[in-house]
Design a protein around this ligand. Structure first.
Ligand SMILES: Nc1ncnc2c1ncn2[C@@H]1O[C@H](COP(=O)(O)OP(=O)(O)OP(=O)(O)O)[C@@H](O)[C@H]1O
Ligand SMILES: [Mg+2]
Length: 284
């Protein structure tokens, strides 16, 4: 396979909150360009894994590697800047701002980083020649000159993203008044605005009806393909993840209990016991 480079690696990561062992000794590897999933019953530790990867918390022990860099002790904004973007299980939109403003704000943050990067960037051979980055340090500080062009660029790019997630006709609607399923799509557009290398989606299908879930699966697989974006999805509906993720990690009580293809996961006795058994009991 062409995607043979490791993008993300968790090495024996544990996260305790006081006496609660939210995640225990978690190790896994995500290759570049993968679409992988994490499943597990309520309280299994899935969101905590995302919180540690995105540096909301530093783990109690263990390491996180991203593109061969140890990111364990970095701050959330630094990890973000390296190219890890996420959505939240509990939506974090600006409810009174329009859908467009929500995406633009996320994208503006990315361009603001470039103020500092501009100086450093001109000295670096790996400087990315994005046209919007080509304004001087002084101009960027004062928001003069090219900034106007940058704003236009951000607006156009944000509109493109909204179109991509199927919200073109809701651009000017206040985010808080959008139907729930659309708010989830807007969160995805906000994450994409950061132009990430790794996208973390925390239960993107939560609260959606089956039709919306179907369209969402299409969106996630479509984005993954088009943007060649490595994506890690948390979901606790087994059938959703089975359909879209060729690589699945299953957690229970903070630990990884299985990892493999949908077929392997589906037939794993521990998964059936811990996960499906729990769900069947719940639905009984
Ligand atoms: N900030 C925190 N402080 C204390 N305990 C926490 C904190 N975050 C998570 N936990 C605990 O860690 C465990 C794992 O929680 P987590 O939210 O990671 O589970 P989850 O798999 O995402 O569950 P769900 O499917 O309900 O979203 C739970 O027992 C939870 O109560
Ligand atoms: Mg969760």
């Amino acid at each position: 396979m062409e995607n043979s480079r490791v993008l993300l690696e968790l090495d024996a990561m544990s996260m305790f909150f006081g006496g609660v062992q939210a995640v225990r000794n978690m190790s896994f590897t995500i290759m570049e360009n993968e679409l992988a999933g994490i499943i597990g019953p309520n309280g299994a530790g899935k969101t905590t894994v995302f919180n540690v990867i995105s540096s909301v918390y530093s783990p109690t022990s263990g390491c996180i590697w991203f593109r061969e860099q140890d990111i364990t002790l970095l701050m959330a904004y630094q990890v973000n800047r390296l190219g890890i973007a996420r959505t939240f299980q509990n939506l974090r939109l600006f409810g009174r701002s329009s859908a467009l403003e929500n995406v633009m704000t996320a994208m503006q943050n990315r361009y603001r980083y470039s103020f500092r990067e501009t100086l450093r960037g001109h000295l670096s051979p790996s400087y990315r020649p994005d046209p919007a980055y080509h304004y001087s340090f002084v101009e960027s500080l004062l928001h003069l000159g090219r900034w106007d062009g940058v704003e236009k660029h951000i607006r156009a790019k944000s509109m493109e993203l909204l179109e991509r997630v199927g919200l073109a006709d809701r651009m000017f609607q206040a985010a808080g008044t959008l139907p729930y399923g659309m708010q989830r799509r807007l969160e995805i557009a906000r994450a994409l605005a950061l132009d990430p290398k790794l996208l973390l989606l925390d239960e993107p299908a939560a609260g959606m009806n089956p039709e919306e879930v179907f369209a969402l699966n299409d969106l996630i697989t479509g984005i993954h393909r088009e943007f060649k974006l490595t994506t890690l999805v948390i979901e606790h509906h087994m059938d959703v993840i089975m359909e879209i993720c060729p690589h699945i990690i299953c957690m229970n009580f903070g630990a990884k209990i299985a990892e493999g293809t949908p077929e392997e996961i589906q037939n794993d006795p521990e998964v059936l016991n811990a996960y499906l058994g729990g769900e069947e009991a719940e639905n009984a």
